[in-house]
Design a protein. Sequence first.
Lengths: 334, 310
Amino acid sequence: MGLTPSYVTRRILLFLLIVWAAASINFFVPRFAPGDPIAAIIVRMETQGGRVDNPKALIAEYRRTFGLDKPLYTQYLVYLRNLSHFELGPSIVFFPTSVIDLIAARLPWTVGLLLTSLLISFAGGSILGALMIWPRSAHKFRFIAPVTMVLAAIPYYLMALLLLWLLAFTFSVFPIFGSGRIASNLVGLERVGEILYFSILPSLSMVITSVGLWAVTMRGIMVTTLGEDFLALAEAKGLPAARIFIWYGVRNALLPQVTGLAIAMGQMITGAVIVEILFSYPGVGSLLFNAIRTNDFPVIQGITFLLVVSAAGAVLLLDLLYPRLDPRIRYEAA
Amino acid sequence: MKPPRSMNTISGVGQNTISAARVFPRVLRASSGAALRSWPMTIGSSIIGLLVVAGWVGPSILGSEAIQLGASGFAEKASREHFLGTDTFGRDIFVFVFHAIVPTLTIGVIAGGAATAAGVVLGVVSGYVRGPADTLIRTAADIAITIPSLAVLIVIAAYVRTTSIEMMALVVALFAWPWATRVIRAQTLSLREKQFISVARLSGYNGIEIALKQILPNLLPYVMSAFAGTVNAGILAAVGLQVLGLGPVDTPSLGLMLDESFRAGALIRGFWWWWLPPTLILAFLFIGVFLLTVGLDEIANPRLRTRVDR
C-alpha cells in the first residue's frame, strides 16, 4: 500500500498549516489596514436617517460585541478558537444573521452551477484532447486544437460578457439579469426548468473557456501515454482500435487529469466570483462582492476562509486517494 | 583557470557556459530553430509586438485632449470624429483605448518581473543548496499554490485600496511567485546532477559562482517561459480585481474601462461600444501572451511538443 503513516501525517499537517496561514492573513490584513468598520456602521446609521446621540457609547458597545476592545493577541486567539468551531460570528450589514447562515443559503447555488460546468468541461475537454492526438482520429480534430487553445486563453469573465451581449442582449435567447432567483412561485419540474434556463449562460461561459484547458493538458499526457510500450503491444496483438484508445490510452492518461480536476474543484468557488456578479447569480460570489462593497468584514472573512478550506481540503483528499487510484504511486518515507 | 566545456544540452546542442553574457546568444541560437518553426511563437510575439507599438506610439499621435472629462458629447455612438464613440464621461473611446494599453501591460510586466525574480532566487537556492532552505521554500510554495489567490487578493485589495498601477502589480505578484519557483527549482535539481557541474566543482568554483555562471545561463529558457506565464497570470488577476472595482482609478487601463462601463450600466443601457473594445483587446492580449507561453514552453520542455515520437 502506498500510504505510509508518516506521509499521511505530513499531508494533514500541511493542510492545517495552509488553513492557519490563510486564517492569519484574514485576521491581520484588516486590522493593519486603514479604515474602521465600526465608524463605518455609525456613518451608515446616520445617513440612513437615524440620529446617533451618544456615538461614543454606541461605538464602545459595538466594539464589545465584536470583541474589538481586547488586546490584539487575545482577539487572535479567540478568532482561531471560534474558527475551529466554524463560528464566524454575525454579519455587520445583515446583523444579527450569522455569517454561516448567509453562506449556507448561497452555497448550493454556487456549487450546483460550478460543479455541473466543471464536470461538463472536464469530460468534454478530456475526450477532445485525447482525440486530438490519437493518430487514427479524423482530421477535423486536429484543427480543433488551435481553436480550443485560443478559447482557453480568454478569461471566462470576458467570455461571459460577450455571451451576455450576444445571446441575452442582442438576440434575447436567454435572460439578461436576475438570473436564478432564490425565491420563485414555480414548483416541481417547472422550477427545475427555470433554474436551468437561468444557469445555461453563466455555465456556458465557463465551459467554453475551460474545455480548451482540459483538452490541452489531456493532449500533453496522451502524447506520453501513446509512446508507451504497452500500447505497441496492444497494437501488435491486433486489438480493436476503439478498445486501445479507451482502455489503453484514455484510461491511463486520465489519472494525471484527475489531479487537475481535484484542484479545480477546490478552487472553483473562487473562479466563479466574477461570473456570478455579471449574471447577478445568487451564489457565494455575489455575496462576497456585496460584502466588499459594504465593508462587511465578517462575511468577507467567512467566505475567503471557506474558499481556502475547500481548496486545501480538495488537495488533501487527492493526496490521500491518489495511491488507491494509481497503484504505481508509492510514497517512501523521506 | 578556464572552466571546462559544458556537457549540458538544452535542445541537443552542446554549449559553453563560460559566462551568461556569452552564452545568451548561444542559448537563443540553439533554440531559435524550434522557436521559429512553431506557429504559437510567431503569432504570439506578433500580437504582443503590435499591441506594444500601438500603446507606445498611439498616445503621442492622438494626444490626450480627447480623453479629458467632458471633452466631447456623452455616450455618443461611433461617428467620423469619434471612431468608437464616447463614454458617459464624454471621453473618446478610441483614444482612451490607446492610452490604456501600456498601463495594462505595465501591471503584467511588473507583476511578472517581480514574481519571476523571486522565483529564480528561491528556486535556485531551493534546488541547489537543498537542506532546510529547500524544505522551507517548498512548503511555502505549496501553501501559496493551494490558497486560492483571487480570494486573498480580494481581501487584500478590499482593505488596502490599491491606488497605483505599481502597487496593484506587486499585490498580484504576491501570488504569482510559487509557480515560477517550482519550475526553476525542478530544473535546478536536474542541472545540479549534470557532469559539468561536478567538473566545475572539482575545478575549484564555489557555490555562488556555480549557481551564477553554470546554472543560471542554462535556466534561461525556463526563466523566459516562467516570465511569460507570470505576466499572463498577473494581467488576469489584475483585470479580475479591476472588474470587481478594486483597482487603481487614476491611470487609464483596459480593466478600468470595464469597471467604469459596468458602474455606468453600459451593458443594460446598450453602450456596447464602451466595453466591447477593451474586452476584445484584452482577449487579443491574453491570446498573444498565451501563445508566447506555449511557444517558450516547447523550447524549454521538448516533451511538450505535440507529435508522438515512437
